[in-house]
Design a protein around this ligand. Structure first.
Ligand code: ZN
Length: 333
């Protein structure tokens, strides 16, 4: 979005200034690029840039926001997803329709491409933090942003730190492809690596009689998967409750009819490519509910695996395409 604003920024006009060793571009007159081979190039931070058919992209959803074109697949996706998630939790909630990722734009009169062109930059809540304006965040929010940046070890740069015109909506990858710091950060965020805090325990949302909606639908499919007979209607009524109690008894759990952490853990079934059945239907419906639309056909194929990975990346989970306990918990959060 910042590119669009740059085109109309009266304070910048047609000037193009390039400063700093990293070649930060401050300029006006950004125009939409056409994806021709002649323009095959790298964005300002050194990553290959181009249209969405050229740049390897993966969808990104964080909180209420979806980044329309996604961001660059792989470690970049993990890191920018991490930044967006922490921003959403610690700075302010992301707003649907206000966040942007990949966008193919060149700067007029220059062959230099915005980092959005390589899918290595994101804009967060753009209308609230317009290009060229500083002080759009409170001191507390700025301290949270600083904390996020510090966690990223210099791999991510914030537009609010530009020494010239500020771009407070904007966060970008500030290292070149192959930089070991990026891989190390992605690995640390992804839950591996030495010196990493132990992963948080799996957090489940408790569901009980009277509830309705996507979690109940999932519970009903999972009960069916485990041989319990009930109608999938998304409504936690007496039949669902009695089948939950039967399941709990069979598993030696406290038979209270409430699906809490222990019951969820016992109820979910790990599904992955090649799996089929009611648990797969449950996973597909949950993914669809989260914005990763799928046909709920009960067959875990390539598309379900791809959408699972995209969901996992968006939630900071290991993107292995396998729906295990941690992924089930996020899907039913
Ligand atoms: Zn931007």
């Amino acid at each position: 979005m910042c590119e669009l604003q740059e085109t109309t920024s009266p304070s910048v006009g047609r000037r193009t200034l390039i400063r700093g060793a990293s070649g930060l571009l401050i300029g006006g007159g950004l125009v939409a690029a056409t994806a021709t081979a002649a323009q095959a190039a790298t964005s300002q931070n050194g990553w290959s840039a181009g249209s969405s058919s050229v740049v390897p992209l993966s969808t990104l959803s964080v909180g209420a926001a979806t980044f329309p074109a996604g961001v660059r697949r792989g470690d970049v996706h993990i890191v920018l997803g991490y930044v967006a998630r922490r921003f959403d939790r610690e700075v302010e909630a992301l707003v649907k329709g206000w966040c942007w990722g990949h966008s193919y734009r060149v700067i007029s009169g220059s062959t230099s491409l915005s980092n959005h062109s390589s899918g290595t930059a994101i804009d967060l809540n753009a209308p609230r933090h317009p290009l060229g304006k500083s002080g759009t965040f409170s001191a507390t929010q700025r301290s949270h942003i600083r904390s996020i940046l510090n966690s990223c070890n210099g791999v991510v740069r914030w537009g609010g730190d530009y020494s010239g015109r500020k771009d407070e909506m904007h966060f970008e990858i500030n290292v070149r492809p192959g930089d070991a710091r990026l891989a190390a950060l992605a690995k640390r965020i992804g839950g591996g690596g030495g010196g990493t805090p132990a992963p948080a325990p799996v957090a489940w949302t408790t569901v009980k009689r009277g509830a309705s909606g996507f979690r109940v639908t999932a519970i009903q499919h999972l009960l069916r998967q485990r041989g319990y007979s009930l109608t999938v209607d998304g409504s936690f009524g007496p039949t669902t409750q009695s089948q939950v109690i039967s399941f709990q008894r069979a598993k030696g759990l406290g038979a209270d009819g409430i699906v809490g952490a222990k019951t969820w853990s016992a109820l979910v079934v790990t599904v992955k490519r090649g799996s089929n059945g009611q648990a797969v239907v449950a996973a597909q419906k949950l993914l669809t509910h989260r914005g990763y639309s799928l046909t709920a056909d009960g067959v875990f194929g390539a598309m379900t695996a791809t959408k699972t990975q995209a969901f996992q990346q968006s939630r900071g989970l290991t993107a292995d395409g396998v729906v295990g306990a941690r992924t089930w918990a996020k899907l039913t959060a």
